[in-house]
Design a protein around this ligand. Structure first.
Ligand code: UTP
Length: 290
């Protein structure tokens, strides 16, 4: 078995109902924060972590994601003819030559766990990363790079976690376990969206995972859980009884861009730091508040 993380799975087949009406006919993952679609932030994060094979689990309304990572001959030709080399570099940089993209369809939105299982034949018997693009994660190094680094020594499944306020546990997978150090916890349990009164801790799973291939076997026997969906959380709970799973407190910031509020927060924060418009945008914001 490979002991390095060479593949990343991007489940993007969800309905995006929290972001209606924008997501009725368009992919949530193509919503831009400043000038880049959410999915590109996630792919760049995986690439920075040394991953070169990107596996997208797509659904209806997601075709624009395939186009985004494909060559755009007409656009590139036009830009080349017009001598717009900077823009040409941006267009070509979306898919570096050494990056491979594969696509598989999830025919119905039966849950995140089911979406990951749809990627089994493309991943094979290797450990792999899972990135949920609607969680925009900002870190230096990238959150996935931090996790890949942890994996090099742990050689086991790792979930990115953060502390959340107690009244928000019902929005996340919540873990419990033995604290090993400031960053790592060895899991003894995980539950999906518990009410605050039932939550075993306030340590919540963010949308980044490194998973051992055994997860596929667990997913095949995972019954429908919360919301009638096959939950990745439930399969991880099964995995726990067979092999070690760790929670890793990442260094960085997470924006829940599947929600309108999180999306707006990301837009303002990343807008203020954008090399082209950041300074002007910040002074406009400051003026507005005064
Ligand atoms: P979410 O529940 O956050 O996304 O799933 P959603 O279903 O698209 O959005 P809402 O809740 O209706 O607003 C987390 C991730 O899992 C993917 C989503 O695309 C998202 O990246 N997912 C979810 C699938 O690929 N398939 C599914 O059946 C469910």
């Amino acid at each position: 078995m490979n002991t390095r993380i060479l593949k990343a799975v991007f489940p993007i087949a969800g309905l995006g109902s929290r972001f209606l009406p924008a997501t009725k006919a368009s992919a949530k993952e193509m919503l831009p924060v400043v000038d880049k679609p959410l999915i590109q932030y996630a792919v760049e994060e995986a690439y920075e972590a040394g991953i070169r094979h990107m596996v997208f689990v797509t659904g209806r309304t997601k075709r624009s994601v395939e186009d985004h990572f494909d060559t755009a001959y007409e656009l590139e030709n036009e830009l080349e003819q017009a001598g717009k080399t900077e823009l040409l570099k941006i267009a070509r940089g979306i898919s570096p030559d050494d990056m491979v993209c594969s696509y598989v369809r999830q025919p119905r939105a039966l849950g995140l766990g089911h979406a990951v299982l749809c990627a089994e034949h493309l991943v094979g018997q290797e450990p792999f990363a899972v990135l949920l693009a609607d969680d925009l994660m900002v870190g230096q190094p990238s959150i996935t790079a931090q996790m890949v680094q942890q994996f090099a020594t742990l050689q086991a499944s790792i979930l990115a976690v953060q502390d959340v306020p107690l009244d928000q546990t019902n929005r996340y997978g919540i873990v419990s376990g033995t604290t090993l150090d400031a960053q790592l916890t060895q899991l003894s349990g995980i539950v999906e969206k518990p009410a605050p009164a039932d939550a075993p801790s306030t340590l919540a799973v963010a949308g980044r995972y490194i998973l051992m291939p055994r997860i596929f076997e667990e997913l095949k026997t995972t019954p429908k859980g919360a919301g009638g969906e096959i939950q990745l959380t439930d399969a991880i709970a099964q995995l726990l009884s067979k092999e070690k799973v760790f929670a890793y407190r990442y260094h960085g910031t997470r924006y829940d861009c599947g929600s309108k509020l999180g999306f707006l927060q990301a837009t303002v924060d990343l807008g203020e730091h954008h090399p082209q418009v950041g300074a002007e945008f910040s002074s406009w914001l400051a003026q507005r508040q005064s």
